[in-house]
Design a protein around this ligand. Structure first.
Ligand SMILES: O=C(O)[C@H](O)COP(=O)(O)O
Ligand SMILES: [Mg+2]
Length: 425
């Protein structure tokens, strides 16, 4: 079977895939990848019919040798899949093809998916985010500034009352959003149901005292039926949000949950993404995952901080931001390999989280702009004077940026910020 067709011009309706591959013979490898990800297998089969081949065959329309590692050739290839190949509204099913068996093929000494281009017919069959940036801002009544979030720390261990108290302190100090950590679910010492009611009681109290909107993002990550039960609890307790660890929960769970139409703002934590995204040899880029999560319909997604504790360099994190925020995205051939139009699908609010503290706030806003949710766990609860002071310091750092003031100048007005800057050099 031959899928190499370097004269092919992709159709508007094709789903495009771009990847880096490594092997002895790039053309042969590209051909095998195209087949295995669609209609082919290792040998010719007697059951193949010419009409199947004609209608469903992918076209490898670009193969560029870009180097070698001393042993194998490295190439960048692009494949166009006809939409007819897919059950469009079935993300796990789609990925089982275009991002499935191919990673395990012996002949592939490297294979990393860099980007997909989704056509309009494909995008039209997905929910996309219900709220997006505008909807979240409207809910919280925060017009322009970056939103401030915190993760209750320690990650796990606090008892329910202690958890709710820490959340309260953070809200009163100036935090907008309090979230559970990715590995806090419903442990014996802090059961989900109890936590949601108690923490939301504290939210109401903090709202009353501050006159600001506050929200809690309870982590409903669990086996799917239990996830739904927890969402019902969150609904009953009048939470605007739920949080899901989207990678470990799986594409099926995320797609199904969005299609339940609970009406929650969905906060997506990406724990475990790096197992797929970090290696330069094998896997799939965070940018590609982010595009998938936009389609599936999360409202907020962790994309990196550049300056914090998690990897992800500036141009990459910005490219991810572009893909989840804008309606039309240009290719840059560095991180974004396709033009992508989203045809009005809602945006996703980018979340910068991981190793953040007040000193890093101006840089994060400089890199990502004001449409960003800045979250600090250690950078709030690690403040020498505790959570409330830590929250004040972070909020003051955001205010400083909005006022166009250097942090040091703002620190003369806000003692908590001064102490934070002395503590985290
Ligand atoms: O869930 C997260 O985003 C991280 O736990 C952030 O925690 P940190 O601010 O303490 O790094
Ligand atoms: Mg965390």
């Amino acid at each position: 079977m031959d899928y190499i067709n370097l004269n092919y011009t992709p159709k508007e309706s094709d789903l495009l895939s771009c990847m880096i591959i490594k092997g002895d013979d790039l053309k042969k490898l590209a051909n095998e990848i195209a087949g295995e990800s669609s209609i082919g297998t290792w040998t010719k089969v007697q059951t193949m019919k010419s009409d199947i081949y004609e209608k469903l065959k992918p076209n490898v329309y670009e193969i560029k040798e870009i180097g070698n590692d001393g042993k194998y050739k490295i190439g960048l290839i692009k494949i166009a899949y006809p939409l007819y190949d897919f059950e469009i509204n079935n993300m796990p099913g789609v990925l089982a093809g275009i991002a499935g068996n191919i990673f395990g093929m012996k002949i592939a000494k490297g294979l990393r998916i860099l980007d997909f281009r989704f056509p309009k017919e494909f995008i039209d069959e997905y929910e996309g985010p219900e709220y997006g940036i505008e909807g979240v801002r409207n809910t919280l009544k925060i017009k322009e500034r970056p939103l401030l979030g915190t993760i209750v720390k320690p990650k796990v261990g606090l008892k329910t009352e202690e958890h709710a108290k820490v959340a309260y302190e953070a809200w009163v100090g100036g935090v907008d959003l309090v979230k559970d950590d990715e590995n806090l679910t419903s442990q014996d010492f802090n059961k989900f149901e109890d936590r949601v009611y108690k923490t939301l009681e504290m939210r109401d109290k903090a709202e009353e005292e501050t006159g600001e909107r506050k929200a809690y993002m309870p982590n409903i990550t669990a086996p799917y039926n239990e996830m739904i039960r927890r969402a019902e609890i969150a609904e009953d307790a009048e939470s605007e949000y739920v949080m899901i660890d989207v990678v470990v929960s799986g594409f099926s769970a995320v797609q199904s949950f969005r299609e339940e139409n609970f009406g929650f703002i969905i906060h997506a934590h990406r724990a475990m993404h790096a197992a797929m995204t970090r290696s330069k040899d094998f896997g799939i880029t965070m940018l590609t995952l982010a595009k998938i999560y936009r389609l599936l319909g999360v409202d907020q997604l962790h994309i990196g901080t550049v300056v914090g504790k998690m990897e992800g360099e500036e141009r990459e994190v910005k490219a991810i931001r572009d893909e989840i925020v804008y309606d039309k995205v240009e290719a840059d051939n560095e991180h974004k390999f396709f033009e992508q139009e989203w045809f009005g699908l809602n945006s996703v609010f980018p979340v910068s989280s991981g190793g953040v503290h007040p000193r890093l706030v101006p840089k994060i806003v400089e890199i990502l702009g004001r449409d960003v949710i800045i979250q600090a766990g250690g950078g709030i609860h690690g403040h020498p004077d505790g959570t409330r002071a830590g929250a004040k310091a972070m909020r003051a750092a955001i205010e400083a940026v909005m006022e166009g003031k250097p942090l040091e100048e703002k620190a003369e007005e806000v003692i908590e910020l001064k102490k934070a800057l002395e503590y985290w050099k």
